[in-house]
Each structure stands twice: as structure tokens, then as C-alpha cells.
Design a protein around this ligand. Structure first.
Ligand code: PLP
Ligand code: COI
Length: 354
């Protein structure tokens, strides 16, 4: 790690590491001892600091709270068997961070600040990274508007923070998935491609309703006709249909996922036919019924590779094959793990070594 940012470090005088129950980690509930904080003022990023994780103060009038000028990223750090620590493809998240920022009229964050802020806090709390299989350190960089001003205008000041915390598997089971044909996550011209906080707030009611109906997740469909697949919860969705890996092509309603890109890259290298295109619900349901659909999974940083067990569309539930017997998703998960945990050579240069 090349250290060029001038970061003021204040260490905690009471580490919580030994009080933390690593055998029972719930996603997003455990935070390490430190966090990275920076401010945007007078047109520049300043006050780079690592401080003990804890509450921060701000005005109740900040526009992040009122108008949603807020967005985030999600990535992970992994501990290798030899103790080395790597962060998976942070350059991709840095680029997407700035796409989100641009959509929300928020300032760009230079890639080197994004990567060094993450690497420095991960390095400081590296003892918090679990070594157990399927465990890692979730990294949550985010930015929000801090002008205490109720006018509906882009703020002039912002805060950038990086929280990190140990995590285990996000989904504990094979998913019963509902194809959502009423609610919409994102429409053309909207901000589906950005990781804006509001996208997730708006998804909570549809997700809650799906849970009440007994489902674990939903597949979003296009806002206009509800006929085409978009994403699955907070993950991209991929299918193997008739031997071809297919996934919705990215557009302004879809988040351009790092895991999605990684899976597509591996599949192409393995010589598998790959199609990024519009994917209709009809062909997926038809494939499920005829047995041509041999794999279906969500792909995301938190979700990793999350197998779909069944798909429900207009009240009819179609069951898919046993995930343990699915050749493609099993192979992809194994390969991803081997790369991320340093068990095989990182020929793509995906691991950023801390
Ligand atoms: N789509 C949405 C809406 C997400 O929140 C995520 C998670 O980050 C993804 C897709 C997957 O993206 P990535 O693989 O970069 O985590
Ligand atoms: C991630 O995979 O990083 C996500 O953003 C999912 C999160 C909303 C739980």
C-alpha cells in the first residue's frame, strides 16, 4: 500500500475486538474499532482522519436527511491463509462511487483517496478480519450532504466516511423469489444505476410485502411493462438458459455490479456463451418449466453468489434444480473464493493487497 494521504490518526483506547462474538455475526451489525472520515468544503476534500468508530454530530437541517443527497458503496476485504489481506477490485467501486456522486450533484472523490481511505482503515483494523471460510470484512464507504439548509439545492459541503465490519454469509438459505410486477425499483432516466440511499429506502416496502407472502427476495422488472428482468433485491441476477449465461444488460435502471462483471469475465474465459441483453420474464419462466433453465442466482458483494430455489410469477411458483448440483454457479463460487482468499494466482489483478 502506498501511503500518500495525510491522515490524522486517533486510536481507540478501548478495543472491542475481544468482546465481539465472531461466531454469530449478523450482516451490518458489527463495526470494527475505527472509521475513516473526511470533509468536503470550499471545493476540496480535507480533514482526512481515522477515528474510533462512534457517533458523529450534524445539524438536523442537513439536506441528506431531507432530500436524500446520500449514496454508498459496498466491497470486501479478505484474509488469505498466509495472513495477507486483499480488497477485491476497489478500483471498480471507486469508479461507481463517482458515477453515483455525479447523478446526485455531489463532488467527485479521486480514486486514490477512495482506495487509500479504505486500505488505511482496513490495515489499522486488520485483526478484525475473520479467517473462517465465507467470512470477510465488509467495507461501507458513503457520502452525504451536510449543508444545514432546507432549500432544494445541491449542498456545498459533504462528509465521506468509511465503516468496516466483519461479516459471514449474507443469505443462509436457498431463496424463494417473487417476480415483482407491481412495484418498481428504478425507471428510465431515474437513478437505478447509482447506489443512492433513496433506491434502497424505496425498495423496503415491496421487500416487506414479499416477505409477508413468504418470499425471501424479489426480482425487479422494468418500470414500463413489468415484462423484463432487472435485478434481484440488492444484487444483479444471472441465469443459465440452454447452456448460455444470460443477464440483463446494464442501463440506467440497473446497477453495474462488480460481481456481475467478475462472473461474466470468468464465464467468457471458460468459453461459455454469454449474453448481456434484455431478458424477458416469459423466457425465464418457460425455461424453468421446460428444464432449460439450469441455473439462476443473485450476484453481489454482500450476497456473493446466492442461488434461486424457486421463482414465483403471477401466483405460480416454479421450482429449480438443487443448487448443489448446479455446475456453473458452484464453479463460479469456488473460483471466486479461491481468488479472493488467495488460494490461486490472481491473474486478473483483482486483489488489492493491503
Ligand atoms: N444491484 C444492487 C441494487 C445492489 O445493491 C448491489 C450490491 O452492491 C448489486 C446489484 C451488486 O453489485 P456488486 O456486485 O458491485 O456488489
Ligand atoms: C452490497 O452488496 O454491497 C450491497 O450494497 C448490498 C447491501 C445493500 C446490503
Amino acid at each position: 500500500m502506498t501511503e500518500t494521504l495525510d491522515i490524522k490518526i486517533t486510536k481507540t483506547n478501548h478495543s472491542r475486538l475481544h468482546e465481539t462474538d465472531f461466531s454469530n455475526l449478523q450482516f451490518g451489525r458489527t463495526f470494527s474499532d475505527h472509521m475513516f472520515v473526511a470533509d468536503y468544503e470550499d471545493g476540496e476534500w480535507k480533514n482526512f482522519q481515522i477515528v474510533p468508530y462512534g457517533e458523529i454530530g450534524f445539524s438536523p437541517a442537513i439536506s441528506a436527511l431531507h432530500y436524500g443527497q446520500a449514496f454508498f458503496e459496498g466491497l470486501k476485504a479478505y484474509k488469505h491463509a498466509d495472513g495477507q489481506v486483499s480488497i477485491f477490485r476497489p478500483d471498480k467501486n471507486a469508479a461507481r462511487f463517482n458515477k453515483s456522486a455525479a447523478r446526485l450533484c455531489m463532488p467527485q472523490l479521486p480514486e486514490e483517496i477512495f482506495i487509500q481511505s479504505i486500505a488505511s482503515v482496513v490495515d489499522m483494523d486488520r485483526d478484525w478480519i475473520p479467517s473462517k471460510p465465507h467470512h470477510s470484512m465488509y467495507i461501507r464507504p458513503f457520502m452525504f450532504a451536510t449543508d444545514p439548509y432546507l432549500g432544494v439545492h445541491a449542498s456545498k459541503t459533504y462528509k465521506y466516511i468509511v465503516l468496516i465490519g466483519p461479516v459471514g454469509p449474507y443469505f443462509a438459505k436457498v431463496l424463494r423469489v417473487k417476480v415483482e410486477t407491481h412495484f418498481t425499483r428504478a425507471a428510465e432516466g431515474g437513478m437505478g444505476y447509482a447506489k443512492s440511499a433513496g433506491n434502497y429506502g424505496g425498495a423496503m416496502l415491496p421487500a416487506l410485502k414479499a416477505t409477508e407472502e413468504g418470499f425471501d427476495q424479489l426480482i425487479w422488472t422494468d418500470a414500463k411493462d413489468h415484462k423484463y428482468v432487472e435485478e434481484m433485491g440488492a444484487a444483479n441476477v444471472m441465469f443459465v438458459l440452454d447452456g448460455t449465461l444470460i443477464t440483463p444488460s446494464t442501463r440506467d435502471t440497473i446497477l453495474d455490479g462488480v460481481t456481475r462483471d467478475t462472473v461474466l469475465t470468468l464465464a467468457r474465459e471458460w468459453g461459455m456463451p454469454v449474453e448481456e441483453r434484455r431478458v424477458s420474464i416469459a423466457e425465464i419462466i418457460d425455461g424453468a418449466k421446460t428444464g432449460k433453465l439450469t441455473d439462476a442466482f443473485g450476484a453481489g458483494t454482500a450476497a456473493t453468489i446466492a442461488p434461486v430455489g424457486s421463482l414465483s410469477y403471477n401466483g405460480e411458483e416454479c421450482f429449480l434444480t438443487d443448487p448443489k448440483e448446479r455446475e456453473f454457479s458452484q464453479k463460479v463460487l469456488k473460483t471466486l473464493d479461491s481468488i479472493r482468499y488467495g488460494a490461486v494466482a490472481d491473474t486478473h489483478g483483482w486483489n488489492y493487497i493491503v
